[in-house]
Design a protein. Structure first.
Length: 550
């Protein structure tokens, strides 16, 4: 069984590797990469700064891991991504091992494969934020807790506590809440209430608290001891209160000022793309599991598990109640979704009564995948001349071959799985190898920063002039680039980054300059049709110049 999926595993791994060579994308990923570099340069691992300003938002684990990786492999996007990729592997292994505690090997194997090929998982391995480490730490802790509940070996509980602590130092209390949601639901539905009163929880809590001490000391020293520090425009901000309450629960209670008007359906809407190509099977699985539990009057048998069901639903609801949400917030629950999807697929394969659905599922997926593959073809052929002609030919050949396979393959669940995996690999291969590199040629920060590094331009002698530059500049220039917004502050010998529209201010001030480098600027995380259309692109582009005052 596993042997037949070996080519897909190799294909997925190749796609991940290609993603390592994509420049880090603004906004979040480039900011975290820049902060990791800054942390390494400061040699202060308890206090955090973003372009020289005190930083209070995400906990430090991502910055610690990436700074350590940069210490070993140098300051580059591979070193930034490597720790998160290792946690992604941990997430896959932990998902497999958790499923194996309750299901047969095929279901466990499918769970890991489904997670590995989901679109969100693909994306988070090159657009690295905190979610990859969070996912790996949390599902590892849940696997270890499940193993502890089964065999009562304290070593599993200790590892679970380490996983929870790492998760909390990555993205806050959500790393403790997700296991609580998962196992709380499981034991309540089992009517196993005695498990809530184990004495081992006391040393477990002490392990977690002990591991959080270094981070807590840093928060206290940087913010609580310095109430005059301005954070997001405010003073008298407690770092400890922000971490343990405001950043997570404050978004529900209103204590946090972050609000983008997201509704309870926001994360589900985004799962329609981020859990491709498995979203339909997941919806079937979560519906079937919910229906089964309701029919049993919210009670499960001793040999059943509700860890994944409760873990996903309660995590979703807790995140969905937040007044500020982003699509990647639900990624922490993807291992649960993968196991639910795998059990759904396994049930369809085994149950003769569900065979009538296979034909419908088959045709639905053929239609969906064919449309998305045609969209991929358009994205590779149409918008960017920077994409090599060979890649454009290859995408036509690949998409034609996949669609032909779709039409000719048998109407079986295994065929649908093969098609889904091929779809995931083909789509992400061309996105990683062609589309993203072409798109990021319009990211001014990474382009200007890379050029500065290649030509040994000192970032400390470089300044932006009335121009907001993204964090990728500081990362790729390997130093913080400060601002000079007054013409009078500019001196001979300065290197200036500015917009084309601001050049006349330098000319009017009588400054003489030499243009060293120029390029296009577009917020690549906000792709629009006018930008994709080569005929209208120039109208939405900004242009930057790197000049030297002489």
């Amino acid at each position: 069984m596993k042997l037949s999926y070996t080519p897909f595993i190799i294909g997925l791994f190749i796609v991940y590797i290609i993603g390592w060579f994509i420049p880090v994308m603004d906004i979040d990923a480039a900011q975290y990469a820049s902060m990791s570099r800054e942390l390494l340069e400061r040699h202060d691992f308890l206090h955090f700064f973003d372009v020289g300003q005190p930083y209070l938002d995400k906990p430090p684990m991502l910055f610690w891991c990436s700074a350590l990786s940069m210490k070993i492999f140098g300051i580059n996007h591979f070193a930034y991504r490597l720790p998160s990729f290792l946690f992604a592997i941990l997430a896959l292994w932990s998902t497999y091992k958790l499923a194996l505690l309750f299901y047969e090997k095929r279901t466990a194997f499918f769970s890991a494969l489904i997670l590995a090929s989901s679109q969100g998982f693909m994306l988070m391995n090159h657009d690295v934020r905190t979610d990859t480490i969070l996912m790996g730490a949390v599902i590892f802790s849940i696997w270890q807790l499940a193993a502890w509940y089964k065999n009562n070996q304290f070593i599993h509980l200790m590892f679970a506590c380490i996983g929870i602590a790492i998760g909390m130092m990555t993205k806050g209390p959500i790393a403790l809440l997700v296991p609580a949601f998962a196992f709380g639901t499981h034991f309540i539905l089992q009517r196993n209430f005695r498990v809530f009163f184990k004495w081992q929880y006391i040393p477990a809590l002490l392990i977690i608290v002990t591991l959080l001490i270094p981070m807590s000391i840093g928060l206290y020293e940087q913010f609580d001891q310095h109430p005059e520090t301005v954070v997001n425009g405010e003073q008298y901000v407690s770092g400890l209160k922000f971490f343990f309450w405001t950043q997570s629960f404050g978004r529900i209670t209103g204590a946090s000022t972050w609000n983008n008007g997201a509704t309870i359906f926001f994360l589900l809407q985004n799962m329609l793309w981020s859990f491709l190509p498995w979203i339909i099977f997941f919806i079937i699985g979560i519906w079937s599991k919910s229906k089964h539990i309701i029919q049993q009057r919210f009670r499960i048998h001793p040999n059943e598990e509700a860890i994944t069901w409760g873990g996903f639903l309660l995590t979703y609801l807790s995140l969905g109640l937040s007044k500020y949400q982003l699509p990647h917030y639900i990624f922490v629950a993807f291992p649960f979704a993968a196991i639910i999807t795998a059990t759904s697929l396994n049930s369809i394969i085994k149950n003769a009564d569900t065979k009538r659905w296979i034909k419908r599922l088959y045709h639905t997926h053929i239609g969906l995948f064919a449309i998305l593959l045609l969209v991929l073809t358009i994205l590779i052929i149409w918008p960017f001349n920077e994409i090599h002609s060979l890649m454009k030919v290859l995408v036509v050949i690949a998409v034609t071959g996949v669609i032909f396979f779709l039409i000719k393959s048998r109407q079986q669940v295994n065929s649908i799985m093969y098609v889904a995996l091929i779809f995931s690999i083909v789509v992400n291969f061309f996105l990683n190898a062609s589309f993203y590199p072409a798109l990021l040629k319009y990211q001014a920060g990474s382009n200007a920063g890379s050029w500065m590094k290649a030509h040994q331009i000192d970032p400390h002698r470089t300044f932006t002039f009335q121009y907001i530059m993204w964090r990728s500049l500081h990362f790729y220039a390997q130093g913080n680039v400060n601002a000079k917004d007054s013409v009078g502050a500019i001196q001979k010998g300065d290197y200036i980054l500015t917009q084309k529209e601001k050049i006349h201010l330098l000319q009017e001030a009588g400054l003489h300059y030499e243009i060293l480098h120029e390029g296009s600027d577009y917020p690549v995380s906000k792709i629009s049709l006018p930008f994709l259309n080569p005929r209208t692109r120039d109208a939405v582009l900004n242009h930057f110049f790197l000049i030297k005052i002489i």
